[in-house]
Design a binder for this molecule. Sequence first.
Ligand code: GCV
Length: 608
Amino acid sequence: MKAWLSKLNADLSAAPASPEALALDELSHVLPDLTCKAETVPEMGESYRIRRDADGSLILSGGSTGILYGAYALIRLVLAGEAIPDSLSSAPRYSLRMINCWDNADGSVERGYSGRSLFFEGGKLHYDPLRMRELGRLMASVGLNVLCINNVNVHFPAQLLLEDDLPEAAALADLFRPFGVRLMFSVDYSQPMRHGIPTADPLDPAVQAWWKETAARVYAAIPDLAGFLVKADSEGRPGPFTYGRNHAEGANMLADAVRPYGGKIVWRCFVYNCRQDWRDTKTDRPMAAWDHYAGLDGQFADNVILQIKHGPFDFQVREPLSPLLLGMKQTNLAMELQLAQEYTGHQIDLYTMIPMWKELFEELPAGNIMSLAAVSNLGRDENYTGHPLAAVNFFTYGLLSWDPETDASSAVSQWIRLTYAFSPADEQTLSAVLLSSRRTYEKYTAPLGIGWMVNPHDHYGPNPSGYEYDLWGTYHKANRDAVGIDRTAKGTGYLLQYPESLQQKYGDPETCPDLYLLFYHRLPYSFRMKDGRTLIQRIYDDHFEGFAETEAMAKALESLPFPDSDREIISSRMSRQLHNAKEWCDIINTFFRRLSGADDACGRMIYD
Ligand code: GCV
């Protein structure tokens, strides 16, 4: 089963002539009984309008890609059994709706759980053109329009995409163009130094000239390249700090180089000290991005977009919204999500993300960001996402990037209907499992917003002290009396990076939502939660519940009529999830019981 793609069957063995041509082809194959005319209105760009003619036939108007998006919207509606409204207009909320692949030139994928790279092997671009078109269709069918094919950690020879490998990269861009998908490349900030320039200082004229000449060459080959994605001064990557320059100086230099071609510089804000001493109590990692960027608000060029991870740490199960997303009002911003389940179960454990994303959008005022990015969960596996049910994350991300008001439960139901031929009752069962899977995972892993109790480096499975004495700034400091970090004004002061109203909401343990308690506060195990339970009892209860819910999920999934190919993968991954959930439950409960000495009020088994 190839996600919802198996329902789309226009022939992709040759390149579609244009997005409009593809739109009509898809419609005629999938909905042969529908009479639909296309009307190209170039100034409508990516937006589309669907209305009925006097004779009852449908008229689909839009720019070239707008018509394609409109066709897929129609197909999604009809295949999901929903009624076609008499009139429907739609425009994307965000201009760049990006997928960031962390694929390396050697064919490996950093944090990839769906097989090897779709684009690279053996240091070269290496791909199946048919799969590229299928991927273009996968993206277009949910409104995604930018694909960054290489890892933000640019390991040699990925730099050659801008050099010797540019002709092959241009051929790849050609493959994606009819799907309205533009490529983007991650670039190595020190790349000029490969060419005899002794520095990568953004204010150095030779460096500036090198990037201008490179941008001219790259855009001559790929005129619609979306731009460059940059991870600088982060986790060992080169960047402007080496030369005493700030990140506005660093990003604006690249922005000048791509400006003549309409290119963007997407500059990541994942910058922190990854060589922290755990004994250092002054440094609090979640504060780092704000400290580096907030003071630069308004100084970035208009074709720079700061790409900010949704939380201040790194894609944990629960993190507050990054304060930068709320505080940088004069800078173009993109929010970065992660479809790859790095900390959320490696596409072995079920983890449907849309409930988490909806929570983020509730706190993020509509106009604060202009683009959205997500780290890809795709790979060379036949079904693209390893776990067949992980495809729901790609699908719903696309819908949200078009319209963040998309309802979580409708989006999940739509995906189920497009993917499987289930009865309403089975659809309901699967939908309930998918929508609850994030809370379940949260319950059996690190409690109440602490995060990080994972096995270091690989990030699957429990290890409560794995990151406790390490360099990464990710500490919970559990001792026999208390756990968590005080990030209020009395503690590290992190909370002061937020608007006043949020400072009040989160600053007092009595008003702070339970699920964020240990992110913001250091509390004794005897702390009384809002429902009267002690903190330690809540930790035990959540873990036992998380495991019990996983057992119930396993039973529910077993009852569903998945096609054989999916059933096998789903049930073998579910047995691994059950094992993982049991390990987490027992290890976390034992860890806290050994420290606190507190018995479980319900007398369940916790190991001494
Ligand atoms: C691409 C975390 C991940 C790294 C990733 C990094 C980033 O540290 O573990 O694999 O590197 O985030 O987002 O740049």
